[in-house]
Write a protein of this length. Structure first.
Length: 397
């Protein structure tokens, strides 16, 4: 079964495949029958040829002209259902139909006026709307003028049919084009969703592994220094390494499955462990009331705290770090503000890394903001997210 080249999925067998090329003989048969049913208007020219009303030369010329007309028409309309011809090719093929129809109808009689129905159908199905709106009435007008030569009554009766069926085909053509555009849009949305998921995984894995591996490295160094003189303390550090490793494995699994929602209280507790292991004096806030903070906002702040502490441990060279968590009232409503400030060097000075970039995206997604940069005596990171009260105010405005 063939996949849709735009979306990459295999459509169900019962799905209507408007604008798609046939996948199998069944669909090919359906499309041929759908187009072939319109060949009923050829009954009059065929009957005229076999009736013996014309000379042998005229009959042969009429048969060849009719075969050429039908061949060009089928090629043009059938190809347009799947992979359309280019604009110049469409114009050339329509020009061939536009020449054969009046020539055959003028020379062989009113029985051939039905060819203009096919010319109108082809114009409506293949031309852009603006061009079709001119070509279809023009086809009807030419048909009427040619019909004056043989049977004005029959020509007058066919004018309305030629125009109406042509404009009906513009609707079918527009439906096909819209369907193709929708398929492309759906493929684009799917690609964007996949890219967003990859970005989420990249952020999560960076934040999770960066923090955990930094802590493991620090505790490994401590265990190595303690091992000769303090084997008991070294054993404790090794036990901590095992615990951190196990937790990192759990976190990575949860991040991959999309279920991990880090909690701020848990990250504050982990911050104490990480900073103490790095020899950094930690100043942490007391217990905070987080009942009014949306889950996504709390998760974004937890990631911010983890990223900030990881940077303090790995890059800053600081010996003191202060973490502050406050509820503030701003012009945009109440927010929860997290501040992490150290007295270190502020990193390598090469601009924001992947961690801060991903953190900015997380906070923006939660409706928050991030400020990070060097201060007089170190580096400071400030993350803000709106609380539930601000969301309610915004919805009521």
């Amino acid at each position: 079964m063939t996949e849709d080249p735009l979306t990459g999925r295999t459509p169900p067998r019962h799905e209507v495949r408007i604008g798609w090329p046939p996948r199998n003989r069944r669909e090919l048969t359906v499309k041929v029958l759908w187009i072939g049913v319109w060949l009923v208007f050829l009954s009059s020219p065929v009957h005229d040829l076999v009736s013996g009303h014309h000379t042998t030369g005229a009959t042969v010329a009429g048969a060849l002209g009719l075969a050429a007309f039908v061949g060009v028409y089928l090629s043009l309309v059938f190809r347009n259902i799947g992979r359309p011809f280019s604009g110049p090719v469409v114009v050339v093929l329509l020009a061939v139909l536009g020449i054969l129809a009046p020539v055959l109808a003028y020379t062989l009689g009113s029985a051939w006026l039905g060819l203009f129905v096919y010319l109108s159908v082809a114009s409506g199905a293949t031309l852009p709307l603006r061009a079709a709106y001119w070509a279809i009435p023009a086809t009807g007008a030419v048909m009427y003028l040619v019909g004056l030569h043989s049977s004005e009554k029959e020509a007058r009766g066919l004018v309305l049919l030629v125009v109406l069926i042509g404009f009906a085909m513009t609707g079918v053509g527009q439906l096909v084009r819209t369907t193709i555009e929708l398929r492309k849009a759906r493929a684009t949305v799917a690609q964007l969703a996949a890219n967003e998921e990859r970005l989420r995984l990249a952020r999560d894995l960076h934040d999770l592994l960066g923090h955990s591996l930094s802590l493991i490295t620090l505790k490994s160094e401590l265990a190595g220094r303690m091992l000769p003189d303090h084997p008991d303390k070294a054993a404790q550090q090794v036990a901590d390494i095992e615990q951190v490793s196990r937790q990192a494995l759990v976190d990575v699994r949860e991040a991959v499955t999309g279920y991990r929602r880090p909690r701020l209280a848990a990250e504050l507790a982990g911050t104490q462990v990480a900073l103490t292991a790095a020899g950094v004096v930690a100043e942490l806030p007391g217990e905070q009331d987080l009942a009014g903070v949306p889950e996504e906002a709390e998760s974004a702040l937890a990631w911010a705290l983890r990223e900030a502490v990881t940077n303090v441990v790995r890059h800053s060279g600081a010996d003191r770090c202060a973490v502050e968590l406050l509820h503030r009232q701003t012009l945009d409503g109440p927010v929860l503000e997290l501040t992490v400030q150290d007295n270190g060097s502020g990193g390598n000075g090469k601009g924001p890394g992947n961690g801060l970039t991903g953190l900015t995206e997380r906070l923006e997604k939660a409706g928050g903001t991030l400020e990070a940069g060097r201060v007089k005596h170190g580096f400071r990171l400030v993350a803000r997210v709106p609380t539930a009260a601000s969301a309610d105010v915004g919805s009521g405005a």
